[in-house]
Write a protein that binds this ligand. Structure first.
Ligand code: ACO
Length: 263
């Protein structure tokens, strides 16, 4: 996959900066509340594909008052987004090709779970629909005290399809996920923290620093150990205790070899 330059990203409404082991992806269309398009998701996928090898932390943040107001509502109009069409204009395609388009969009989200990185969403203001799902695609969420989550898709006749349903259920449980999605209600920061949708809530002005502090703490452990531990933790829910114990043994043997081979 080809790399993507800053000018191209700016046109899409994104910024990407790397500072040592920390990469920052900024949704940068504040005048439109960081609304997302297919181009946003394709660009996110390309950033993931081309992530510099030294990066261990990926911060996803939004410029301006909102993290992201979700999908660009022009997609619902007959004219659509220039160069990207609309929902209506894509209906002539067969089901498989329409599903393929969603799969391509999902690629922009899925890589944020890679075991060799830790992704952190810094959420202020509204995180609606695709915005909520982008925050859910990250491993961790730091919330400003004005953060507001809303899974708006069902209210628009759609389902959340940008990989958000599984992490939502994993975090808040099935009954609460059903209640939140089917009412499309807004969950504010205090409740979001109680529902485990965020690791911490900080005053709005302290969001950047809180994310920086968390990133620094995460970088304090050995990369190999961090990657193996994340992989182990990610697999835990899908395994029995015995299977998980076996997975721990396998990972630990590799860790011991890596540690002691170093001398
Ligand atoms: N798509 C395109 N433009 C948007 C979107 C969006 N999702 N959200 C906001 N904007 C634009 C507005 O049209 C407005 O543009 P204008 O200045 O040219 O008129 C500008 O951003 C600012 O929006 P306001 O509504 O004035 O900002 P405010 O801070 O008062 O409200 C809020 C923010 C609550 C996010 C509101 O804009 C909103 O409800 N947006 C729509 C949210 C939505 O339904 N998203 C789809 C979810 S479903 C999914 O993502 C699949």
């Amino acid at each position: 996959m080809e790399t993507i330059d800053a000018a191209e990203l700016a046109e899409i409404g994104l910024r990407f900066e790397v500072d040592g082991e920390i990469a920052t992806i900024t949704l940068d269309r504040p005048d439109k509340r960081n609304a997302q398009t297919f181009a946003t998701w394709r660009a996110l996928a390309r950033i993931g594909e081309n992530l510099p090898g030294q990066v261990r932390i990926v911060v996803v943040e939004g410029e301006g008052p909102s993290f992201s107001a979700g999908i660009d509502l022009r997609m619902f109009t007959p004219e659509g987004v220039p160069g990207q069409g609309s929902f209506a204009s894509n209906l002539s395609r067969d089901d498989e090709s329409m599903e393929q388009a969603v799969a391509t969009a999902q690629q922009g989200f899925l890589w944020l779970r890679r075991p060799d990185i830790v992704s952190i969403a810094a959420v202020q203001g509204h995180a609606i629909g695709a915005g909520f799902q982008l925050a859910l695609a990250c491993d961790l969420r730091v919330l400003a005290d004005d953060a507001k989550f809303c899974m708006k898709e069902p209210a628009l006749g759609l389902v959340p399809d940008l990989t958000g349903t599984k992490p939502l259920v994993d975090l808040v449980g099935l009954p609460r996920a059903i209640e939140m999605c089917l009412t499309a209600r807004t969950v504010e920061a205090k409740e979001a923290l109680e529902l485990r949708l965020g690791e911490l809530v900080v005053p709005r002005g302290e969001l950047r620093q809180a994310v920086r502090d968390l990133a620094a703490a995460l970088l304090s452990t050995d990369r190999g150990a961090a990657t193996a531990t994340k992989r182990l933790l990610q697999g835990a829910q899908g395994r029995s205790l015995e299977e998980q114990a076996a997975a721990e043994r396998r990972e630990q043997v590799q860790r011991m070899k890596a540690l002691f081979a170093r001398g």
